[in-house]
Design a protein around this ligand. Structure first.
Ligand code: TLP
Length: 347
């Protein structure tokens, strides 16, 4: 990656800042499979506290955190209910079926968010022919929903209705930090009625590796067993956990900058002929827009030639993600480069 490039492919591209690298280099470590890594223990405790949960376990990725939740909450043959655009369905390589023998049934939410009525309507009657719905999974913020944020009441209603129906709930909070910064609602309020919650340090928070899964102590003990089974037991991983701990302490508040930059990009793109975007829909750090007169892939290639990296998420849809790797001046450049390409296509 050259310095001239502006990388908006994801917030996963964020690299550790010098202070973070310093604390990583100096981290106290031990064998975490034996429970001996003090830095990991500290990270797990700090994260559990922020989320208001009894316990937490550090894992290599958001995917593993979600899939441990699926594995712990379901038996082979069980069914998971989730929004049709959920990360668990789109980007986790078919893991519920492969690793847990669980099937997914989708609810057509709006920007990734569904109502308690939609949830209740999706429930199956008790009948020997049917799969048992065991788990409902929610995502906040919602990635393919455009970084949308669940209204707290709506999320709470779904979790409580699920509990009443003897269905457990999991919150994919890879970007829960962004939801909290956008609304001022603490992470623990979003997590309160979910049986488990996963959060990532390697996205907007800027740590190089890692996620945490949190829940009750009994649930986390089970998750530790399956983490080992999935090959996610790490040894002196305090080195990377130190980066996550640094991110937790120092990088949450600065997510507001990413949101401001995303909003600026959304507003700027709304003025570009040939680009379709509802700029009001940009509420966190993810910006989705549609191109006219060309395919998304063509736009992605032309932008890459001009030093701007984004990804196509549909035939005419593009995602751009702001992070600590880009600043407000970069956003001006991106708007003008997209404007130039779009106007050449309109000619
Ligand atoms: N999302 C990545 C890609 O996988 C698409 C990205 O660039 O946005 N939950 C949500 C909501 C996510 O957005 C992601 C990562 C994950 C889970 C998985 O995290 P990792 O990549 O650490 O397995």
């Amino acid at each position: 990656m050259t310095n001239e490039q502006i990388d908006l492919r994801s917030d996963t591209i964020t690299r550790p800042v010098p202070e973070m690298r310093q604390v990583m280099a100096n981290a106290e470590v031990g064998d975490d499979v034996f429970g001996d890594d003090p830095t990991i223990t500290k990270l797990e405790a700090a994260t559990a506290e922020i989320l208001g949960k009894e316990a937490a376990v550090y894992v290599p990725s958001g995917t593993m955190a979600n899939q441990l939740a699926v594995r712990c909450h379901t038996q082979p043959g069980d069914e998971i209910l989730l929004d049709a655009n959920a990360h668990i369905i789109w980007y986790e390589a078919g893991a519920p079926a492969a690793l847990s023998g669980a099937s997914c049934r989708v609810i057509q939410g709006t920007r990734g968010i569904f109502t308690v009525d939609q949830f209740l309507e999706a429930l199956r009657p008790a009948n020997i022919h049917m799969a048992s719905t065991r788990l409902v999974a929610l995502e906040n913020t919602h990635n393919r929903g455009g970084g949308s944020v669940w209204p707290l009441d709506q999320l709470t209603d779904v979790c409580l209705a699920a509990r009443e129906k003897n269905i457990v709930s999991h919150l994919d909070g890879a970007r829960l930090w962004n939801a909290s910064i956008a609304t001022g609602i603490p992470e623990s309020d979003y997590a309160k009625h979910a049986d488990s919650v996963s959060v990532c340090f390697s996205k907007g928070l800027g740590a190089p590796v890692g996620s945490v899964l949190a829940g009750s102590s009994i649930f986390i003990d089970r998750a530790r067993h399956f983490r080992k089974q999935f090959g996610g037991g790490m040894r002196q991983a305090g080195i990377i956990a130190a980066g996550a701990l640094y991110a937790l302490r120092h990088h949450r508040d600065r997510l507001k900058e990413d949101h401001d930059n995303a909003r600026k990009l959304g507003l700027g793109l709304a003025e570009v002929p040939g680009i379709n975007i509802d700029s009001d829909s940009v509420v966190t750090n993810l910006v989705y827009f549609d191109v006219e007169h060309m395919t998304a892939t063509e736009m992605v290639l032309k932008l890459a030639q001009s030093g701007v990296l984004v990804i196509a998420t549909g035939p005419s849809t593009i995602r751009a993600v702001t992070s600590l790797e880009v600043d407000s001046k970069d956003i001006d450049k991106v708007i003008s480069k997209i404007g130039k390409i779009a106007s050449e296509m309109n000619e």
